[in-house]
Design a protein around this ligand. Structure first.
Ligand code: MRU
Length: 353
């Protein structure tokens, strides 16, 4: 995989189709370096997803949709009319790139269904158009989520967010940070307290970069600082994204989200989850059925390339947790807001789909 710094890096351009190839802003290098990894094949894209060049559930989904285009182009070139049989393995590998964010398999299944409807000899232009639609729809969904979420915030307040659920994590604008953008524009957000989000530091490396680029006041804090901040009474909302929402409203998100939700309930602070409907997975009845990714222990044992723990120390690194629906005040999607989520409300929102 080649790397380039020739494109202009912007939080809204984490995933780009350019020059017939897929460009991914390398989120492992931010904020110090802005470089794009160039994917020429579905295998390149799968590796980039596994290695977190691109991360955040909706952004992973958008990248995967473009990766299907790369796969189709390669299979048409080497198998002609038999491209459909040959592409199945590419799609399987892509879907296995990360286990928790449902947007990955959602996007692949949408591309697969679209593929089945095609009768052209060359499927690539139509598949590219579908991938671009997925990308544009995600951006539009986030803008609508921003409006709806901002509407829930009654008056100007400071908020807490965790991880990065911004433009970098989506097709653009962001989910949790989309709400922050819209609410800030409406004068309803005085400051964002961003958890640094150990061990991968999405908060300090990505959320701080993104909000500063947008002129939104942001203060970083150690993950353990949330309770004492909340106790001071200045926080009106916790606003987070999600990687997968179960049929009963349980919310899977970055490790540490569950603790924040418990704190929010303790201090009477409202807890908002902002996510597109592509993050809702009605096939899992509760959060207990969601596969939780465990990444390398080294992410915990070291930071910025420097070992922090004794040589023989052991560590576990589950990178997501599940917040029970009972601790969630609102799930905000592009189709509407669900307050106090439960299975019946989610089923109604999804229209039985
Ligand atoms: O491991 P990551 O960085 O892919 O995890 C991302 C998160 O947990 C985000 O908070 C979530 O995907 C929402 S992204 C809009």
């Amino acid at each position: 995989m080649e790397t380039t710094t020739t494109l202009v890096a912007h939080p809204d351009h984490a995933v780009l189709w350019h020059d017939e190839r897929l460009y991914l802003l390398d989120q492992r290098l931010l904020p110090e370096t802005t470089a794009f990894v160039v994917c020429e094949s579905a295998q390149d894209a799968a590796r980039a997803i596994t290695d977190m060049v691109v991360r955040g559930a909706p952004a992973i989904g958008v990248a995967a949709a473009y990766a299907v285009v790369l796969a189709a182009r390669a299979r048409v070139a080497d198998a002609g009319n038999h491209w459909r049989e040959r592409i199945a393995e590419d799609l399987r590998q892509l879907a296995a790139a990360r286990p928790t964010a449902i947007n990955l398999s959602w996007a692949i299944e949408r591309m697969r269904a679209f593929m089945a409807s095609l009768d052209h000899l060359d499927p690539v232009p139509a598949l590219l158009a579908e991938a671009k639609r997925i990308h544009a729809e995600d951006l539009a969904a986030n803008q609508r989520i921003g409006e709806l979420g901002a509407g829930l915030i009654a008056s100007a307040t400071a908020v807490v967010t965790h991880c990065n659920a911004g433009a970098l994590a989506t097709g653009g604008y962001g989910t949790a940070l989309g709400v922050v953008r819209s609410a800030h524009a409406a004068g309803k957000i005085t400051r964002v307290y961003a958890d640094e989000t150990r061990p991968w530091m999405q908060g300090s490396r990505l959320t701080a970069w993104e909000l500063m680029a947008s002129g939104i006041p942001v203060t970083l804090q150690a993950d353990g600082a949330a309770a004492s901040l909340m106790a001071r009474g200045e926080i009106g909302w916790v606003i987070v994204g999600s990687d997968r929402i179960a049929a009963n409203g349980d919310v899977c998100n970055k490790i540490g989200t569950y603790g924040l939700a418990i704190l929010a309930r303790h201090f009477g602070i409202r807890f908002m989850v902002a996510a597109p409907t592509s993050t809702i997975d009605l096939s899992v009845s509760s959060g207990a059925e969601i596969p939780i990714e465990e990444r390398a222990a080294d992410e915990v044992l070291a930071c910025g390339g420097k070992r922090l723990a004794p040589e023989a120390a052991e560590a576990r690194n589950p990178v997501f947790d599940v917040t029970p629906a009972a601790l969630v005040d609102a799930i905000v999607t592009e189709r509407g807001v669900i307050e106090q989520p439960d299975a019946a409300k989610l089923e109604r929102l999804m229209g039985g789909s």
